[in-house]
Design a protein around this ligand. Sequence first.
Ligand code: PLP
Length: 390
Amino acid sequence: MIADSRIYLDYHATTPVDPRVVDLVVHHMTTRFGNASSVDHAFGDDAADAVRRARAEVAELVGASPRSVVFTSGATESINLALRGLVRSAAMRRTGRPARIGVSPLEHRAVLDCCEALEAEGLVSLTWFRVQPTGQLDLQDFEVSCDRLDVACVMAANNEIGTVYPLEEIGAICSRRGVLLITDATQAAGKIPLKFNEWGVGMMALTAHKMYGPKGVGALLVSPGIELEPIVRGGGHQRGLRSGTLNVPGIAGFGLACRLRSEEMAEDEPAIARRRDRLEAALLRLVPELIVNGDRVNRLAGNLHVSIPNVPNTAVVARLRHHLAISTGSACSSGTLSQSHVVRGIRLPDDLADGSLRFGLGKFTTDDHVETAVRLVSEAIRQVRSALSC
Ligand code: PLP
């Protein structure tokens, strides 16, 4: 699939686009290129049909109603619309106090930065949920915290350590306590079953580029009755919630990517997990002192997050970068030299935090990729260790 001798094991950062999705995106950039808002001709009708179909496909993947889907430029925008749109809504302003939002410290920076900015603007007061070393929430503490909250923000799966959260249980707690649940399902959608309507999720953020779709397109699912103040105005598209000409090629591609996940996830994910387990077993065998981080039971199939004490991860990836794509943390935090907030949040000691590596496997990962990765990584770690001991 990738005409390249380099091996890509960074599927949490982004995935290759499925060739079937590429074909549809190109079709909507060339033959069927109309504007979905053009009501005067069939080019517009074609585009509107494609958007309607995609809305149904996205909703179907996560057990929502097509009417809940608001297309955006990706999960970061969806999260900003959910949080900022909610706390600036007339309903929230009528309470006359900042919205009380509980958030896990392991959320993606899109959630954390948005929450912290709203807190600095005086629109929000934040409560931090307690997390365990596996990355799991302390559900007792969560339930108690909910008594003092309007909103809880809990991701469906973590983008670094792969921990999968018990969203159904979390949704039930939120419903019991009258708390609105906002879920960043960016890494989970298309990998594990999600039931937006059944589990009582209030809003859910999605993106196409983590599930073999194109970059720059995503969605926010919004339950009926939630009032949001738009953050992008002009034209009144999507019931005024998100103005701007719809990205029809991207949306059509996102829809097909969702449909393919609905149809193929049950077969693909166990195969991905088997390869991940082989990678994990081989690294544990070949790399002395390597430990596996996160929750090894409730984990995304394609995730492996490890630490090697006193072996700087930056030195390892520097040796591998032209041959093998793995990551020292999330794509967003690895641009800076600071430790990722996730490894800090699960309280990894410094030597393990600085020696942590994330592998992300996906449906195009082969047995050969895994074998070669094991060889390259174990050799790179051996070289770094011997350079450090000189
Ligand atoms: N949330 C999580 C958990 C992510 O992994 C990412 C991307 O890395 C985002 C949000 C942001 O998604 P997007 O790139 O679509 O803005």
